[in-house]
Design a protein around this ligand. Structure first.
Ligand code: CTP
Length: 228
């Protein structure tokens, strides 16, 4: 029996301004990498779509594919998401990117004495896009990085808007930090909280303990392993 397939995204996107400059964010990709490591450790078939600068997972069984921009990740998701049994979308995707500008298209933009205005355009919401054409037997997990004051309210809005099964709500300080505090929000209204701060490795195991039993393909894999 083929192992259940888990697709994970992690790390930042870098949106180019010109040939050498970009707009990025502080995501380290460590949370997604830790989840990929832990999932491969449970004999799942793991593909990690990993952003620029993010560190690769230790487990060599994880298939790592690099992306740089939101557009790269969009193309990869369109290919890989339909084959996945679960998608865990931990990447910190840019919400805006520089609008194509002829001034910036000639390599490195040269400085002048004049002020410069960068025009940004919104990026597509990748998770909403892939969730819109998902199969019923797929499990989709999104992340929400929010100020503590409206953590659960905003995460609840994302759960509904993006049509995913679970949203992992993290306070803003989680980005680029060593530890994680999280609340999981489920479609049926259930909520589950970590008991205080966990290392990213411990959090990965905790999250998989919740997710794997919800994946029909992983349940079949576990049942087949028991009968062998
Ligand atoms: N996400 C995505 N595509 C984007 C932005 C975000 O797929 N262009 C995904 C993230 O990977 C994450 C979830 O959507 O799983 C929530 O991301 P977040 O940045 O918290 O939410 P936004 O949709 O950007 O909303 P807001 O700007 O209001 O926080």
């Amino acid at each position: 029996m083929k192992p259940a397939r888990v697709l994970i995204t992690a790390g930042p996107t870098y949106e180019p301004i010109d040939a050498v400059r970009f707009i990025g964010n502080r995501s380290s990709g460590r949370m997604g990498s830790a989840i990929a490591d832990a999932a491969a450790g449970r004999s799942l078939d793991v593909t990690l779509l990993l952003g620029p600068g993010a560190i690769e997972p230790a487990n060599t069984a994880v298939r790592v594919i690099r992306f740089r921009t939101c557009a790269d990740l969009q193309a990869l998701l369109r290919t890989h998401a339909p084959r996945a049994d679960a998608l865990i979308m931990a990447a910190a995707v840019a919400d805006y990117r520089p609008k194509p500008n002829p001034l910036m298209s000639g390599g490195k933009f040269r400085r002048t004495d004049k002020p410069l205005t960068l025009e940004l355009e919104p990026t597509p919401d990748l998770l909403s896009e892939v969730a819109a054409s998902r199969r019923q037997d797929q499990l989709f997990v999104g992340f929400a990085l929010e100020p503590r004051a409206d953590l659960l309210e905003s995460a609840q809005r994302k759960l509904t808007k993006k049509k995913v099964d679970i949203v992992v709500a993290n306070p803003l300080e989680t980005m680029d930090a060593d530890t994680v505090e999280a609340t999981l929000l489920f479609r049926d209204g259930r909520r589950l909280e970590t008991s205080g701060k966990l290392s990213k490795q411990a959090f990965a195991g905790w999250l998989l303990d919740v997710i794997v039993p919800m994946m029909p393909a992983a349940k079949e894999q576990a049942a087949a392993a028991r009968t062998c």
